[in-house]
Design a protein around this ligand. Sequence first.
Ligand code: G3P
Ligand code: MG
Length: 249
Amino acid sequence: MPKSEPRCEPGRSEVQAHRGASAVAPENTIAAFRAAAGQGAEWIELDVALLGDGTAVVIHDVSVDRCSSSTGKLSDLTASDLQKIDADALFDARFKGEPLPTLAEVLSALGELGLNANVEIKQHPHHKSLDQLVKTVDEHLKARAPQTKIMISSFDAAALRRMHEIDPSYELAMLWSRLPDDWSDVLQSIPARTVHLGYKSLSIGFLEEAAHRGIKVRAWTCNDPKLLASFWPVGLTGVITDDPSVYLS
Ligand code: G3P
Ligand code: MG
């Protein structure tokens, strides 16, 4: 069998739109996921957390202050409050009225858009328990459109461990900004076979070691393809980016 050539860029299925195409639309909104599909992305990344009443919402922060027209901590909000919140604060009037979406609404939209999702579980202090969080997320994921592929990521190894216990078929990715010395032990303890690493912490040595151990590595959040050019040939698997168009055009 001929030896395959080393890659010099990511394949289309390995470009994930970070919080949707958040360079061109308000992050973690259906508008941002629609924009990602429009750019030709096949995968989006989203952040999920719970409101005070346990509703699963797609948002990065512990409050709605930065990204919306409202203020308030997630812990103080309930599903009925979402009607009054526009997630438009980071963009112009074109996005007026764009809602802060629930996980259920986003999964429904992804099915219609033909997108797959990297679901990042955000473990916040106001959540009643880790179990409440992961069981809620799992119940939503089980109800998704059958064509929507899912992977789960988190900075919280305990959240990934619990997801594995609930359903061992999930692909799990451990998130780190910088690689800890015990990275391999942490992965084995979950168990997970994928690392999502802050792109500034990538090294050729780590990618070679990961490839040797059969571990996938994706880089976040890199919007300049030149910065990753040297890493594809040594086994970088994929990229999470605010602007999929720079990798897909
Ligand atoms: O999945 C990569 C990235 O989303 C992790 O960081 O803070 O943007 O959720 P953050
Ligand atoms: Mg994220």
